[in-house]
Design a protein around this ligand. Sequence first.
Ligand code: ATP
Ligand code: MG
Length: 243
Amino acid sequence: REKVIFISTGSASLDALLGGGVQTGSITEVYGEFRTGKTQLSHTLCVTSQLPVDMGGGEGKVAFIDTEGTFRPDRVKSIAERFGVDPQAALENVVVARAHNSEHQMELITALAAKFAEEQGAYRLLIVDSILALFRVDYAGRGELSDRQQKLNQMLSRLTRISEEFQCAIFLTNQVQSSPDASAMFAGGDKKPVGGHVMAHASATRVYLRKGRGEERVAKLADSPDMPEGEATYKITVGGIMD
Ligand code: ATP
Ligand code: MG
């Protein structure tokens, strides 16, 4: 097994929580309510992945699957400025694909795997923001849940294989259950991610994001192969995620 690289989130405290950052070779999932910074963290990682390893980077290119139409080139540019990277060059190292439905999302992942193979070693990170949004639309009907979970399982298996085959990090954002009843919560009042067991099984690292006081956001490590549970605070700024 090749050496694991940790890609910085932009926040030292969040990196510390994760044992250094987002790991290559497995799936990291962040989930939380709207405006907790899932998409902003995704944009920050687009830049940090390109940095030298000794600066918390992965020295590699990024693939970004956008399922909600929330990718913003200008955000990548201003985050690049923060890190002293040429904004246009940073943007050119991010290949962005907009997925229109869950089947299309799978096709894009397959196409990206082929691209990763073509450019061996060039890509260090694959982002899907958000992993389940289109599935929830495509399989909205009653009785469609098992079909959805089966397709989701296939997609996550594919992503796991990509992370191992190309030693890249897979970074997934996810939504939380919205129903107000207790089954949508973990003990302690934390919201649960959607995707059930299939999602829980595939994600090696799971991070719950929530709003804190004022502009503050709080990340809680919910599952990790090698780090203890804990919390970190971070902020969303023009330069991306920060302490
Ligand atoms: P959703 O579930 O709706 O996708 P999300 O978790 O992806 O939400 P983000 O879009 O990452 O949320 O974060 C939105 C937050 O980021 C807002 O509070 C917004 O004010 C903040 N934000 C966005 N752009 C900037 C910026 N340029 N400077 C500072 N804060 C910003
Ligand atoms: Mg978002």
